[in-house]
Design a protein around this ligand. Sequence first.
Ligand SMILES: [Zn+2]
Length: 116
Amino acid sequence: MHELAIAQSLLKIVEQEALPFRGARVTRIKLRIGKLSAVVPDALRFAFEVISQGGIAEGASLEIEEVPLRLRCHQCKEVFVVEGPFLICPHCEGLDVEMVSGRELEIKSMEIEDGN
Ligand SMILES: [Zn+2]
């Protein structure tokens, strides 16, 4: 399960970030996840919920923003969103394309509440 490995590295980063805030709790984590990273948001939420138990990020909600796969066509310079399995420019049917977005796997922001 690839989401479990991602949840583990996510938790590690979050715990490190929250370390200077003694007694604090992480309440919300915003993520950006590209379509090509093949992460199932519900599976990631579930994995994170399980492994964060007893720690600083227990009960934190994961807000996942899915980033579509975007390509740029070298022939006509258009940038387009790919929905289907074919990496073809819808404007000129060119095949010479490069990826603009879709592989993201990053923490956008996190909210920390202090212990009081
Ligand atoms: Zn094109």
